[in-house]
Design a protein around this ligand. Structure first.
Ligand code: 2HA
Ligand code: ZN
Length: 341
């Protein structure tokens, strides 16, 4: 049977004031019948069925809206050519509660994940489908994204909503799950979003710089003043690897123990965050810093030796003023003693 629901119906137009909360219906037939009954009230223009809480769609849920907006924004930024990039959201228990009535009556079969993430056992993820285009998520959500449930052992998944017509989660799903496990642990459970994109400038930079975290972090921190506040731990780097498998998943999650952002050489970027805004903003900031560095170098005749830069002491000063703990291993000189202030 279906779930009971409450109908909160403003009755201004029938002479009542306030809210009428008393209709509790038990099944789809009663739902249809009540739509007919309530329809007799002739709602004023602008009061849709959705606004009355009837015929609510899964895409009306706020986590869905946040996901869809981010996918669209990323596509509009040019970070998702063709089927490039993918996005996953680890659902809160309350998200699962509100979404559950939309789940398939019969979940699809379990599929091995290829890696194991025991701490993620039983979690639900909203995730991009393999081969699907980010730019199509908004226009056709149930075909391009899906909700998957992880097995109790965290080593298999099954689709419970979406990915219509035989779709499956992104090829990078193993990396997403392992990163969720590592970042959830690193942030006391705060991290909920993992995002992979192909932003132009950070990829270009991976052809110029030595592929180590310290070099990339210093270049990006010094390219734009607020970078060190946005990613005070720095960025990790994974050398070129074949994408989509368990090896790159393990290599990335190893870096994610220290960093909330990891560059994939000649490929793109993986970032993590507590919500859609923080995660999108992190990738945007890193990509913009890479853009500025590349332009400054081009303006400088190709050289990375600039007339002006932000000093290491300047970075430390920002850390003190903004009260963020900067990863000292990325800085050149021993931290100034308290008496130097
Ligand atoms: O989703 O970006 O790395 C396609 C990819 C794989
Ligand atoms: Zn990719």
């Amino acid at each position: 049977g279906s779930h009971p629901f409450f109908l909160f119906l403003p009755l201004e137009y029938s002479g009542f004031r306030g809210i009428f909360p008393a209709l509790i219906l038990q099944n789809a037939r009663a739902h249809t019948m009540m739509k007919w009954v309530v329809g007799r009230f002739r709602p004023p223009p602008g009061i849709t069925w959705e606004k009355r809480g009837m015929d609510m769609r899964i895409t009306d849920l706020s986590f869905m809206q946040g996901y869809i907006r981010m996918a669209t924004d990323g596509a509009n930024m040019g970070w998702h050519e063709r089927n490039g990039g993918n996005l996953s959201y680890r659902m809160r228990p309350e998200d699962v509660d509100t979404a559950r009535k939309f789940f398939d009556k019969e979940p699809r079969p379990w599929v091995p994940l290829g890696v194991e993430a025991p701490t993620m056992g039983g979690a639900y993820f909203l995730v991009t489908g393999a081969g699907n285009y980010m730019r199509n998520v908004a226009t056709d959500p149930s075909r391009n994204i899906g909700i998957v449930e992880l097995s109790a052992a965290g080593d298999a998944y099954r689709i419970v909503w979406g990915l219509d017509d035989g779709g499956r989660p992104t090829s990078e799903f193993p990396t997403h799950v392992m990163n969720h496990a590592v970042r959830a642990e690193a942030t006391d459970g705060a991290c909920r979003v993992i995002y992979h994109a192909h932003p132009t400038n950070i990829i270009a930079l991976s052809y110029l710089l030595p592929l180590d975290a310290r070099t990339f972090t210093r270049v990006l921190w010094k390219a734009m003043t607020e970078c060190v506040v946005v990613f005070p731990a720095g960025v990790g780097v994974v050398p070129w690897m074949v994408p989509g498998g368990a090896d790159i998943a393990r290599a990335t999650s190893e870096q994610m123990k220290t960093f909330d952002a990891v560059v994939w050489a000649s490929h793109g970027l993986f970032v993590s965050g507590a919500d859609f805004d923080a995660t999108f903003g992190l990738l945007h900031t890193i990509e913009k810093a890479a853009d500025i560095y590349g332009r400054a170098r081009a303006m400088n005749g190709g050289s990375g030796e600039f007339l002006n830069t932000i000093t290491d002491e300047g970075l430390r000063q920002i850390g003190r003023e903004f009260n963020v703990k900067i990863n000292e291993a990325m800085l050149d000189f021993p931290a100034a003693s308290a008496t130097d202030n």
